[in-house]
Design a protein around this ligand. Structure first.
Ligand SMILES: CC(=O)Nc1cc[nH]c(=O)n1
Length: 104
């Protein structure tokens, strides 16, 4: 079970503003359950910046991504596909984690 989650610093503002409400992760980072509360830190320096509550976890493939997922990431679909390809090269099976920010 995941007990903390990290995000790249470039996503911090969007998360805190409620503009990014999902994250797409690989299988290793998908072991969370709805209701679970996770501390969130930056990937680069492990600085805590909020707690989130997991609302939903669902498998999704790269080809199934839609403009709704892109909106929930505060990106265009083209941007989202590029970002995911950069973070997880050649990975088709992803997991969508929907969350809300609790403590800032
Ligand atoms: C650190 C890290 O992997 N961050 C990610 C990965 C995928 N999506 C996301 O929002 N953040």
């Amino acid at each position: 079970m995941l007990t903390e989650i990290t995000f790249f610093e470039r996503f911090e503002h969007d998360i805190l503003m409620g503009k990014k409400t999902i994250t797409l992760r690989n299988e290793a980072e998908s072991h969370v359950i709805p209701g679970q509360i996770l501390p969130v830190s930056t990937f680069e320096t492990h600085r805590w910046f909020c707690d989130i509550q997991v609302l939903e976890v669902a498998p999704i493939t790269l080809s199934e991504l839609t403009t709704l997922h892109a909106q929930q990431e505060n990106m265009t679909l083209a941007e989202l596909r590029l970002v995911i390809a950069e973070i997880y090269p050649d990975l088709e099976q992803l997991y969508m984690i929907r969350f809300k920010v609790l403590t800032k």
